[in-house]
Ligand binder design. Structure first.
Ligand code: DC
Length: 218
C-alpha cells in the first residue's frame, strides 16, 4: 500500500536530498514544490515582471507550464531550467514571490492534483498544513542555521559555483524570517507532524529514521 509523505521545513534543511533518496528506495514519486516556486521567481526575473505586482505575476504564471522528468529535472515550457533556478539570486526572489496568495493558489492546485494518486513524497513549507493535510506521514525537518549554511556552501563549491559562507548564512536567516512570517501559509509545523532535527545526522541516518517511521505507520 502506498501513502503520501509530506516533508516540510526551512530552506537548506536537506528536505529535497532526503525526499529524492527515499523516493528511489520506496519507488515513490518525489515532488520538489520549492522548485515550482523557484520557476516562478526565475520567470519573473527573466521576463522582467515587477516583483511587487501580484496580478502581473499571476498573468505570467498562466503562460507557464512547469514539469519534471523522472530524474527530477525541472522544465518551464519544456526548457530545462534545473540549474538556473538554484542560484542565490533566485532563492531570494522566490522567497518574495512565494508570499503572494495568487501565486500560492495556482501552485497548490497543481500540487494537489498531482498527488491525487498516492505514492508521493512532497517537500516544501506548507505540504503538511495546506497542500496535503491528510498525508499519512508528515515530517518537519529542521537543522541549525550553521549546519544548513555549511551544507549549502559545500554544495555550491562541489558544483563549481561561487560561494561566500557569510552571505549564505545571512540569506538563510533572512529566508527563514520571510518564510515563517508571511501572512499566507507561513512555514510552521503541522500538529500531527514529527519533528526531526538533522543538524548532526548524516543523509543515511535521516533516511533510515524516516523509513522506520514509515514502517510504524503502515
Ligand atoms: O525549498 P526551496 O529552498 O527550494 O524553496 C524556495 C522558496 O520557495 C522558499 O523561499 C520557500 C518557498 N516555498 C514555499 O513557500 N512553499 C513551498 N511549498 C515550497 C517552497
Amino acid at each position: 500500500m502506498k501513502i503520501n509523505i509530506a516533508i516540510d521545513g526551512p530552506s537548506a534543511a536537506g528536505k529535497s536530498t532526503i525526499a529524492k533518496r527515499l523516493a528511489k528506495e520506496l519507488s515513490y514519486v518525489h515532488l520538489d514544490t520549492g522548485a515550482m516556486y523557484r520557476c516562478v521567481g526565475y520567470s519573473a526575473l527573466t521576463n522582467h515582471v515587477d516583483l511587487e505586482n501580484e496580478l502581473e505575476l499571476e498573468k505570467m504564471m498562466k503562460t507557464m507550464n512547469i514539469s519534471f522528468d523522472s530524474n527530477g529535472n525541472v522544465f518551464i515550457n519544456n526548457k530545462d531550467v534545473s540549474k538556473e533556478i538554484r542560484t542565490n539570486e533566485i532563492s531570494m526572489i522566490t522567497s518574495k514571490v512565494s508570499a503572494y496568495p495568487k501565486v500560492r493558489k495556482l501552485l497548490v492546485e497543481q500540487q494537489q492534483k498531482m498527488a491525487e494518486n498516492k505514492g508521493y513524497i512532497m517537500d516544501g513549507r506548507d505540504i503538511g498544513t495546506v497542500v496535503l493535510p491528510n498525508a499519512e506521514l508528515k515530517i518537519y525537518m529542521i537543522a541549525s542555521v550553521k549546519a544548513r549554511a555549511d551544507r549549502r556552501y559545500k554544495e555550491y563549491i562541489e558544483k563549481g559555483m561561487e560561494a561566500d559562507f557569510d552571505e549564505i548564512y545571512r540569506d538563510i536567516e533572512q529566508r527563514d524570517f520571510q518564510d515563517m512570517n508571511r501572512s499566507v501559509s507561513p512555514l510552521r509545523q503541522a500538529e500531527d507532524a514529527i519533528k526531526l532535527d538533522t543538524s548532526d545526522m548524516t543523509i543515511d541516518e535521516v533516511v533510515t529514521a524516516i523509513q522506520k517511521l514509515l514502517k510504524e505507520k503502515l
